[in-house]
Design a binder for this molecule. Structure first.
Ligand code: DAK
Length: 285
């Protein structure tokens, strides 16, 4: 049995269906909260408000465990991710923790963060970042590893690693470049300047900006819309977008045809098309 599953006192069988409730009940994490918002919608909160939710090795390890469990829980359809406090999403990797690392330990720390963020990117269900304040360094990298970002008006995005004499270590140089383009990424990465929510919206980093008090409500509304669709179709769509973006267009289109064909074998395809033809709402399995 996977040791991460054991850590929460669950067996794999228990994690197959109705698993989310069990994960929430069993959760014993120090720095991560997982709460149900509505049917299929769960909220993960990075919870170290005293240090603006900075990511140390322990928090990354807990995040890794939670993501493993979310990936297996068939009753989770959308994951919202935010930070505790009104001031910060995540203000970066924990500088106090990093200041004590040797070069080799630094490499391991970067590999740990890199693996966790890749796991988030490859999570079967959509993950939406609700950025409620500072999203700096590892925090910006965490947000960019989600499928998309919703920002509060007080959100501040940046990769200030140059101020600390290091480079981004959790994929920031690569993801920022893919999201905002090479020139703007270079400007942000080499000056360390912060972008406000409006600029992040203009540059395509955030999908929407909301007043801070409305961010969670709006995030939930969007998540509920996604959760009401065919889970299989949503998951396959995520795979197409995630995998296709690194392929050339010809191969990406071949992949899309294959997955489109695969989606025709599902019960949800029959239900979705029948419901349309019968003029009723679909009831997806
Ligand atoms: N780490 C640890 N503590 C942090 C922190 C962080 N990233 N950010 C804030 N804090 C702590 C502060 O030290 C302070 O603690 P106390 O003094 O109260 O004990 C508390 O949170 C409140 O922060 P401030 O008092 O500073 O609050 P302000 O409103 O005045 O300022 C701020 C907010 C976000 C502008 C400021 O806190 C700030 O500049 N924070 C640091 C932001 C930052 O530089 N983030 C990027 C971190 S670098 C790699 C692996 C990973 C990475 C790189 C390389 N390899 C291994 C190669 C990733 C790097 C990063 O993420």
């Amino acid at each position: 049995m996977n040791s991460q599953v054991q850590a929460a006192g669950l067996t794999l069988a228990e994690l197959s269906t109705k698993a989310a409730e069990k994960i929430v009940e069993h959760n014993s994490w120090q720095n991560i909260l997982l709460e149900q918002q509505s049917d299929g919608v769960y909220l993960l909160t990075v919870n170290r408000p005293k240090v603006l939710n900075a990511l140390n090795a322990e928090t990354l390890a807990e995040l890794d465990q939670v993501l493993d469990m979310v990936a297996r829980a068939t009753d989770i359809r959308v994951l919202l991710i935010t930070g505790a406090s009104e001031k910060a999403f995540v203000a970066g990797a924990d500088i106090a923790h990093m200041s004590k690392l040797t070069a080799l330990e630094g490499k391991y720390f970067a590999e740990q963060g890199m693996a966790v963020f890749r796991k988030l990117e490859n999570l079967p269900v959509p993950a939406i970042a609700l950025v409620n304040g500072y999203a700096l360094g590892g925090g910006c990298e965490l947000a960019m590893s989600c499928d998309f970002i919703l920002a509060a008006e007080n959100a501040r995005f940046g990769q200030p690693e140059v101020n600390l004499g290091v480079t981004p270590g959790f994929g920031g140089s690569q993801r920022l470049t893919r999201l905002v383009g090479r020139g703007m990424a270079m400007e942000l990465l080499t000056t360390g300047r912060m972008m406000n929510a409006e600029e992040a919206l203009q540059r395509g980093l955030a999908n929407h900006v909301y007043p801070q008090g409305e961010l969670l409500t709006e995030g939930n509304k969007l998540a509920e819309q996604i959760a009401s669709k065919s889970r299989t179709a949503v998951q396959l769509t995520k795979q197409l977008v995630q995998r296709g973006q690194d392929l050339d267009l010809d191969n990406a289109c071949v992949m899309e045809s294959d997955v489109f064909g695969l989606s025709f074998s599902t019960a949800d395809r029959h239900e979705g098309m029948s419901a349309f033809l019968e003029g009723r709402k679909p009831e997806f399995s």
